[in-house]
Design a protein around this ligand. Structure first.
Ligand SMILES: [Zn+2]
Length: 203
């Protein structure tokens, strides 16, 4: 903690925690800044000729030697809420740092549509078939340079068989026995919360 010139104490806070402190617009702006810093630190030299890269605009760089222009590349990932009647599919990955359960998610591969990615990830992680894939919302995910694209889908067929290399647990959960939920800053939480509220209206 240190003293600000304008008075008051300042404290360093990890970006993710600022979700709970800053207004939404400021949180998003802080994320954008973090992504640009990451972009700068990882693109000091040109990938084509090795020349020095300099800032060209506020969001792009250019090689001083060959003129190659470069923009930050986003790692696009899908996340999907699969439901079956009044149950929701939730999984716990080995990489999760706490006990919360999330939704099936994964990075989009080259040459793949978002919808194909949704189907592939659900199949790879659970061996389930799904239908009625619908766009929900998206969210910048500056950890370090992601874009999460959220979908909803209905269960179609199959029995759950978890991809054990990636997942430690998973299954169907009803709203009265949901496991620990993801952090409210995540689109996973929004997808689950939206479903719980929808289901509330039905009962
Ligand atoms: Zn170059």
């Amino acid at each position: 903690m240190w003293h600000s010139p304008k008075g008051g104490d300042l404290q360093m806070v990890p970006l993710r925690k600022t979700f709970h402190i800053l207004p939404p617009d400021d949180y998003q702006l802080a994320g954008k800044c973090a992504e640009l810093v990451y972009f700068h630190q990882n693109n000091k030299f040109c990938g084509v000729c090795g020349g020095q890269m300099k800032w060209q605009t506020e969001i792009s760089k250019q090689c001083c030697e060959c003129g190659k222009e470069l923009w930050p590349s986003l790692a696009t990932a899908i996340i999907v809420r699969v439901t079956r009647g009044d149950e929701i599919l939730m999984v716990h990955a080995h990489t999760f740092r706490d006990r919360h359960y999330g939704l099936v998610a994964g990075f989009v591969e080259t040459g793949e549509t978002l919808e194909e990615c949704v189907q592939r990830e659900v199949w790879e992680e659970t061996r389930l078939r799904i239908t009625n894939i619908r766009y929900f919302a998206s969210q910048p995910w500056p950890y370090p340079c992601g874009l999460m694209v959220g979908f909803t889908a209905d269960y179609l067929a199959g029995e759950i068989s978890l991809q054990r290399e990636e997942l430690s647990d998973g299954g169907w959960y009803s709203r009265d026995r949901l496991p620990f939920l993801p952090d409210p800053s995540s689109i996973a939480y929004r997808l689950i919360d939206d479903w719980v509220k929808q289901t509330d209206k039905h009962f």
